[in-house]
Design a protein around this ligand. Sequence first.
Ligand SMILES: [Zn+2]
Length: 139
Amino acid sequence: MATTGSHLVDRRAATGLGLFTLRGIAAGKRIIEYTGPIVTAEEVARRRGRYFFEIDERYAVDGSPRTNRARYINHSCRPNAEAFVTGRRVWVWSKEAIEAGAEVTLDYGKAYFDDYIRPKGCQCAGCRPWEGGAAAAKE
Ligand SMILES: [Zn+2]
């Protein structure tokens, strides 16, 4: 378990490592930046890999360095956070209030889902409500 800022930790989740908050987060708050070197779309096409975050049609953030804690955020079909691009920076914001101890999740989008998640089956709380994930508990 590693600390991020004052209240975010990565720890084992249903789908591998996940990012959890130790403190409640109100809706509409900036949680964490998705950091990494800026790379071109050509480089993304050449290297592939799952940690590229598209900024626009020409550039992406290569979020693979371990210093990028936001890379631990898992996909959810019912996410509690959302990523927005500001200039060439990517920030993750809370979509709703997130309870202390809950996992922070993002919808990774259709392309990522089809490439990396669909083949194994989605493990998010929205897809496994019987296991009582954070998303399921609120519904
Ligand atoms: Zn799902």
